[in-house]
Design a protein around this ligand. Sequence first.
Ligand code: MG
Ligand code: MG
Length: 320
Amino acid sequence: MFWSGELIARTAPVRRRTGPAYPPHVDRGIAAYLGLAVGDALGATVEFLTPNEIRHQIGLHCDITGGGWLRLKAGQVTDDTTMSLALGQAILATGHVDAQAAAEAFDAWMRAKPVDIGNTIRRNLIQFRKTGNPEAIASEHDAGNGAAMRALPVALACYGQPESLSIAASRAQAHVTHHNALSDAACETLIFMVQDFLAGRDVIDVERERAGKLVSDFPVFAYDKRRRENPSGFIVDTMQAVFQAFFATETFEDCLIEVVNRGGDADTTGAIAGMLAGARYGQGSIPRRWLKAVDEKTSSRCSEQAGALLLRPIPGQTTS
Ligand code: MG
Ligand code: MG
């Protein structure tokens, strides 16, 4: 059966919650994208606060209220969601994950003066403008979480295709701004985890195979030691906080509340945890109050793009 993103938007709007309107993997893919936006919007309020500061200022942070250091409107999302949307749009426009198209899309995104932008992203996009080379020079300093936070469109576009293709596509988009082995390993782990959950795989297997492999390849990612609070933008901190919250909880809501109340880079841990939890639990698991709170234009774009990426498989995909 052929489904287009437009058809999905027309026949089953995002807020419809009566029974499964899509094949299960599409429901989970849409939930992953909405989860990303919800986690971003929820976490942004407490970005750069410590857990103690959150406790004193808010108590338990569990509603999408805006504010934070970016003074967001309630439901407004940040670079985590908007860069993902820019990447997904480039994938749909070119028909494959292309480094040049991704770099141009990110550059256009930066020119539109986004509400926030990471230092590594800014630096390497400025470099792209100067050189025209969409691949940043490999750097041990570029182990931030900026490539991982926008990895979801690659997971969706490459779903059902060989793992080697997901890896090549992940690196094509990631290396525009983050050319780093730790970042690559995290991006690929997240992509495979999302794809596993879309396929309905069990969380115990996914943890053992995917998170387990990440830690055995790069022991620095071990997440069974100290509780990771106040995670920085370092990809290792991010993944540890996300994994601890994600594997210790059993609902979308608990996972997100657990991770954002750790503070630090909370919009990004929220976005990544939301993407995983959405893929794992599906659309019906996302609290209605959060879905309603997210800017409606953004949530429509997320669900439409997820459907379009999943339902228009990309034949003969190549990366450059
Ligand atoms: Mg952000
Ligand atoms: Mg952030």
